[in-house]
Design a protein around this ligand. Sequence first.
Ligand code: NAD
Length: 343
Amino acid sequence: MSSRRILLPQPIESEAVDLLENLGYEIVLSKNPEPLTVSPLLKGVQAIILRTGLKITRKLINHADDLYIISRTGAGLDNVDLEAATERGIIVTSNLGVNTSSVVEHVLSLMLALSKQLPLLDKAVRNQNFSIRYRYLPKDLRNKTLGVMGFGRIGSEVGRICHQLFHMQIIAYDPYLSGDDKKSYKGWVNFTSMQDLFSQADVISIHIPLTKDTRHAIGVRELSLMKSEAILINTSRGAVVDESALIKALRDKKITGAGLDVFETEPVSGDNPLLILDNVILTPHTAALTRECVVSMAVQAAKCVIDVFNGQEPPNVANPKVLNLDRWKHLSKVNDQNLGTSP
Ligand code: NAD
């Protein structure tokens, strides 16, 4: 039996818990993900498996005395102070790509539901307003222009499907893609400026990470460039959009609608003006929370922990600098970084 302890600030799927417990690891489950509850539990744990309900700050990290790894179940790392973890020699891993197809499906659902006016039409039928059908409110996506901000895993897949399925013209803004990457999309993607993307697209989908540079990357200026018929989808992180500016644009009908899975403050507070707008579809950060996806994310996050405990380098280390420390020199490399190695 191993005496290693793994802290779960929030519960994870039983498949992942079973995997860890069957190997003899002790699970420490926090009653809630509040920093005050979690901080005393950090003493004596070697791993944290982290969902999105808690931010692992420098202050929290300072409560840990034997932490090896912070393993994110999802892709985003905005709820980990990466610098503080790196300074303490703690490995941070994320789960890249595991949730891509689930998020893509969610983006398409929001895009189609908004274009086809599903919430409004559903309400009309229930209210005996069947004649709404003659107002021809739904719109087609076919041959329209999709603007993708952030052409990484999720953004490029949304673009590919919309191009192949709906014959949409794809324009994209991603200043960090290499020339070779851009070349690989030649023929069906036009890389453009952010300004052109916002002024030309009929549907805009945001897929950039939240960093100090991308906070409010979409604000009054970008929204004012949008066509009045255009819709905005955000499934990345709420704070990349200036939510007050978006609310104003939606309220003043400067844009047609928005599909939002993420918000500046989560959970959304009861007085958030978005809640009374009828040109938005709101989902509670569930793009990746399909049954299939959460199991897969939790199991992958658990495998990263097991890798480190077994003396192997886990996949998707977000702070590879720490691997040069004496502390981690014993870790053996894994040939295929995307497969992981553990049982
Ligand atoms: P990714 O790293 O594969 O792609 C992000 C892309 O954004 C990269 O190509 C990068 O070059 C680009 N980028 C970075 N800054 C940019 C900027 N200022 N302007 C334009 N492009 C920029 O990530 P991914 O897996 O496609 O995920 C995208 C985002 O979606 C993640 O950062 C995460 O926050 C979010 N996400 C949300 C959910 C959810 O449940 N709603 C689930 C998974 C991921």
